[in-house]
Design a protein. Structure first.
Ligand SMILES: *Cc1c(COP(=O)(O)O)cnc(C)c1O
Length: 223
């Protein structure tokens, strides 16, 4: 499984190059997206020094990481997939950062649960920059008001905005829109960029990139 450490070197080099070309350099957190990967690859990623992982399903994340959470103190888990309100308690218990806050009902549920567990997790508000009907995320025109409600009405720690651009469109215009909305909302963090486009995202100001297949190779099918 040396492959993962080789892949990591390539990704790190590409991140550095993108940062060197970016107009303003800011630190970039590489989130290794470990969904649908076998346990041996996760172990290889840990051996390569990776500590920040992204998962899009609560239950799979528990299977992958719950046992490691007890022994690896600097393990950091990011939820990057849609969150149902009935999974909020498990999500707050396991994850360190939520990237997919996208509706008032979820804001309320997270707020209550974080108080209950006394865990204030930083959250990104997910914006549906492509305004795709089937995709989660708050509509761009509602994003700034929603951020304010999350902060003032629900007392949540909103650290930034997140987007997943439409698969068939040039991602750069979506990254630029997310950056503009974050600036207007007074937020400094941007979760954007995946294997195919993280260099472009960094150019536009990404602070958190979510990289799966470039690190781990192809994903296993879901059963
Ligand atoms: C799966 C996933 C990724 C990683 O995608 P790759 O193209 O494999 O890097 C990033 N973000 C989200 C939200 C995902 O669900």
């Amino acid at each position: 499984m040396n492959q993962i450490s080789d892949n990591l070197d390539l990704v790190k080099t590409a991140i550095e190059r993108a940062q060197s070309l970016a107009p303003q350099t800011q630190p970039v957190t590489l989130i290794a997206v470990s969904k649908q990967q076998p346990q041996e690859k996760l172990d290889a990623a840990l051996a390569a020094g990776l500590r920040v992982f992204g998962e899009n399903r609560v239950q799979e994340a528990q299977t992958h990481w719950q046992h490691h959470k007890k022994t690896i103190s600097d393990l950091e888990l990011h939820l990057i997939g849609p969150l149902q309100t009935n999974k909020v308690a498990d999500a707050v218990a396991l994850f360190d950062v939520i990237h997919t806050l996208d509706r008032p009902k979820l804001a309320l549920a997270l707020s209550k649960e974080m108080q209950k567990q006394n865990r204030q997790l930083p959250c990104f508000v997910q914006v549906n920059t492509g305004m795709e009907p089937q995709k989660s995320g708050i509509m761009p025109q509602d994003a700034i008001a929603f951020v304010k409600d999350c902060q003032e009405d629900y007392g949540l720690n909103i650290c930034g905005l997140m987007c997943i651009p439409p698969a068939d469109e040039e991602p750069v215009m979506h990254f630029a829109l997310l950056k503009k909305l974050a600036d207007a909302a007074g937020l400094s963090k941007l979760s954007m960029g995946m294997s195919g486009d993280y260099a472009a995202a960094i150019q536009i100001g990404a602070t958190h990139i979510r990289v799966g297949s470039s690190l781990f190779g192809a994903r296993l099918p879901r059963d």
